[in-house]
Ligand binder design. Sequence first.
Ligand code: AMP
Length: 214
Amino acid sequence: MMRLVFLGAPGSGKGTQAKKLGEKYGLPHISTGDILRKAIKEGTELGKGARRYVDAGELVPDGIILRMIKEELTKNKRGFIFDGFPRTLAQAKGLEKILGELGLNIDGVINLTVDDDVIIERLVARRLCKSCGFEHNLQTRPPRKMGICDRCGGELYQRSDDTADVINNRLKVYRDKTRPIEDFYRSRGQLFDIDGGGDFDEVSGSIAEMVGAV
Ligand code: AMP
């Protein structure tokens, strides 16, 4: 069992790649963004507290996120793929502390790098399935039938934070708050940079190679 973290700007493809890797190795894929969106949809306390941050492309406070993660880790101690967490230095340090208390550590951090202009193009063209969550892209992975999921026939939608203004803010937040984590893991010899600019299969090939070497 492996414990992996995916780092990468919004639109770097980390969600899709993390999901695929999870299926391949039978590891739970834990996306804090997915957990928050579900909580918002269901109107739970967590959702009510998180909504305004997610809508604005701002980060949800570290305390809320770390509580969520602690709960996830009690269910998935043995192995996991974190996607979209940690996102601040305080979260990375918090994760290290929680894992340390359990006598565990991270096996590797995959850092997907993609140029900003490619990211913006990808995000505005992204369409997700309401039923199964499968990700399509009007440019790179268009659905066979307009508005309909190839995988399950569900209805496709655009995430409310995938608009130009909010995307720009999310990229700024990534540069300011999340980039510093790269050095944190790099200095521990845990960071693996992977070029996320290629097509899906190319990138997943590079990831498989890296994971095989961990
Ligand atoms: P994502 O699906 O990873 O792009 O996340 C969508 C939104 O959820 C982000 O723009 C943040 O508002 C919030 N979010 C997700 N993960 C975190 C995290 N680890 N820390 C703070 N906010 C987060």
